[in-house]
Design a protein around this ligand. Sequence first.
Ligand code: COI
Length: 332
Amino acid sequence: MKIIAYGIRDDEKPYLDKWSEENPDVEVASTGELLDDSTVDQAKGADGVVTYQQKPYTASVLDKLGSFGIKYLSLRNVGVDNIDADAAKRNGIQVTNVPAYSPEAIAEFTVTQLMRLLRRTNTFDRKQANGDLRWAPDIADELNQMTVGVFATGRIGRAAMRIYKGFGAKVIAYDIYHNPELEKEGVYVDTPEELYAQSDVLSLHAPATKENEHMINDKTIAQMKDGVFILNPARGALVDTDALICGLDSGKIGGAALDTYENEVGIFNTDFGSFDKIPDERLKNLMKRENVLVSPHIAFYTKRAARNMVYFAMDANKSLINTGKSDKLVEL
Ligand code: COI
């Protein structure tokens, strides 16, 4: 049995080597390159493909995998929004993801960024770098006095809720699907509008779908509390960047922590050498603001997550090859 793993980073390699040692019945090939038209031929002869990348899995790549007889594609991450679903289906390619490599990693980072916003660490760091050790006017808000609205109560949303509650915040949530435990606690509001109207902090944890593209827009921002803090560690497509910038300019939005950005592909996880060379004016506009924390999609980036992404994806791919089944199959 042969599995080829694409896009293997240096921090993933030791985990892949260990998995390979523990699974001597599998021939493991790997490359640091992403899966695209220029690299797909390397998969010829493999039984399954393991990948992670933010760039699209295009129809032509999936058709090529199909033509090599490859039916199993295992992603090392959660999101499946960059797969051409029709092409995967017509080639009979089954796709698995890793739904829970570490929901806590993302939740912890989200709350870290919120605390940085509330305690104005960005501003104090900049002041201190200039020798200004004064307090005023940068007085903080306290999370224990606030209502946090969690949009989507999947594993990551729920992990974030546990932390917000630990801080003593009032936590409310919206989701089409209600988690039974949370339902008992009575945290759900019935509509997104109610969530917007009641939340001092909006914590977004939804996958990107056609329905929720730009759910944070001029209209929904107008429904939010004045000075709302918006946290998006989920998917850039949820937020209309122009509307966010307008909301920040007007003061309607008090601050934002963005670990995702709608045009991040090809920009995040790249070294441009200097701030000025970052090729996205709106992103730079956001990065320059003291009440905005932009981070390059690093909420997931922990040792535990990297290990689990490799192990769970390799296990899923092997299981598909051996049995045609996996508990991590996704419906496209
Ligand atoms: C995902 O798992 O879908 C993520 O967004 C994290 C990714 C950058 C590895």
